[in-house]
Design a protein around this ligand. Structure first.
Ligand SMILES: [Zn+2]
Length: 492
């Protein structure tokens, strides 16, 4: 049995004006054919696919394309065109396939194409034909569209936040094998809701999301059910039809699939107010809390500028507040290509005047500073990180600004969410007082060395204040931007 593998993943933040280009995928490794198993064993959904396939003596993996870029601005036209061309050519060159594992993010938009993932799914279906089963695995922050559903045989999504990518790869591949071996004819029912929510209630180990995801797992155990996927969509994608969704795949039983999808949609709707609760603290309050914390490292989550949510990573807001308060040592990552270039031109040991922040995103204004250049670097870092085996941050400058140490990078990389990034430049985060991370949920890397972790209510393209974003394309009404009592009165 020959199983094809196509993996293309980018989460689009429509409010980050910098387009995502092929170079952004190359920063995390853009691989075709046999490069894929060589570079990604044990990493991401690809690793899950490879692991399951290796357990089966009669299955031959046919890896075609693996492309991952961190969340960011809309996909550039050239990148979209490149993916379509390479997928078409790769599937044609792969020869006859028995099944296809299609691994997409599900919330990717390009200029002029609001549903990149639906387009890729339709393209794959068109090339392999109607008889070859396709199992689609998605990030649960996907914006599920009718085109995705119509193009595939079954849909799975991450079961936890933080995401367990290996798990998703394994579950989807096992399902594909089951469909093939048992000659299943699955059907998918899906429901979409006029519902959005910010990022602050997105952890699956606590209510309200735990209630919704646990119910999905319970329904998955019912007879005749193949997969249940729940989608609390990421809230910074400005496209028509944006909303939470449910997809239920059964063994050909459409009424069952529709009943369960409907039940899960009703459950999410009943919890809608709880999903809107904000926990992030105003900047000054967060710093006061950090000052009063027991000795050790306090981690500050820069919610509005979360690189993991697609922001540009160039906010100087927390840096300014930290310096004004004089609290430290504080570690602050920032994406600042011009500042990095200036630091490299000046050399290690130099002191120079710089503008930091606001280079990429109109949400922020640059802050003039005087900085000492402690260390310079560049190139690919091998990081113990679950989305890729290596990450290119471009050129890097470690800058001293009074109580703050700033790691300025040319590329967004991982938004400073892994301590190893600092260690690579000779800084031990466990010895600092503060560390800023550009994520609102992926605290698992810093949590073991932190005494306190505070979400800070900061501005930016990934703000938790959805009402402040300049929406242009989403359907209205959408809760919570507009009052809606009955979800059925607002079809999606
Ligand atoms: Zn996600």
């Amino acid at each position: 049995m020959r199983l094809g593998l196509v993996h293309v993943a980018q989460e689009t933040n429509s409010f980050n004006p910098t387009p995502t280009e092929l170079a952004d995928f190359q920063a995390f490794g853009l691989y075709e054919g046999l490069q894929i198993p060589q570079r990604l064993a044990g990493v991401s959904e690809v690793g899950g696919f490879l692991e399951v396939v290796a357990e089966e003596s009669d299955v031959v993996p046919v890896p075609i394309l693996r492309a991952y870029a961190a969340a960011g601005g809309p996909l550039g036209a050239e990148a979209l065109d490149w993916f379509e061309t390479r997928i078409r050519a790769g599937l044609a060159a792969a020869g006859p396939l028995d099944g296809l594992a299609l691994q997409l993010h599900g919330a990717c938009a390009a200029e002029g194409e609001p549903d990149v993932d639906g387009g890729i799914a339709a393209l794959c279906r068109w090339v392999v034909g109607p008889a070859v089963p396709i199992v689609l695995s998605l990030d649960h922050h996907a914006d599920l569209t009718p085109r995705m559903v119509a193009s595939v045989d079954a849909i799975v999504a991450h079961r936890t936040q933080p995401h367990d990518l290996l798990d998703t790869g394994r579950v989807a591949t096992r399902l594909l094998l089951r469909i093939l071996r048992e000659r299943r004819k699955p059907v998918i029912a899906f429901e979409k809701l006029p519902l959005l929510a910010h990022q602050e209630q997105f952890l699956t180990d606590r209510p309200p999301l735990k209630i919704w995801f646990d119910r999905a797992r319970a329904l998955e155990r019912e007879p005749g059910v193949l997969a249940v996927a729940t989608f609390p969509v990421q809230p910074w994608l400005d496209v028509p039809g944006l909303g939470w969704a449910v997809a239920v795949t059964t063994e050909g039983d459409r009424p069952l699939a529709e009943r369960l999808a409907n039940e899960l949609a009703d459950l999410a709707w009943s919890l809608r107010e709880a999903f809107q609760r904000r926990e992030s603290l105003p900047v000054e309050e967060a710093l006061a809390r950090a000052d009063a914390a027991p000795p050790g490292l306090v981690v500050l989550s820069d919610t509005g500028d979360t690189v993991i949510g697609g922001a540009a990573g160039d906010s100087p807001v927390l840096l300014e507040a930290i310096r004004a308060r004089g609290i430290g040592p504080a570690l602050v990552p920032i994406v600042a290509p011009a500042a990095v270039a200036a630091a490299h031109a000046a050399g290690e040991g130099a002191r120079l005047r710089l503008d930091l922040g606001g280079e990429l995103c109109p949400f922020f204004r640059p802050v003039p500073v005087e900085a000492g250049v402690r260390r310079l670097g560049e190139g690919v870092l091998r990081l113990p990180f679950h989305w890729a085996s290596e990450v290119d941050h471009g050129r890097v400058a470690l800058l001293e600004l009074g109580s703050a140490l700033v790691l300025a990078t040319e590329r967004r990389g991982v938004g400073g969410i892994v301590p190893e990034l600092w260690r690579a430049y000779g800084v031990e985060p466990a010895e600092a007082r503060l560390a800023v991370v550009k994520t609102a949920s992926n605290f698992q890397y810093f949590r073991p060395i932190a005494v306190e972790l505070l979400r800070v209510d900061t501005p930016g393209p990934a703000t938790s204040h959805l009402e402040l974003l300049p929406w242009k394309h989403i359907d209205r009404p959408s809760f919570p931007l507009d009052p809606i009592e009955d979800r059925r009165s607002v079809p999606r």
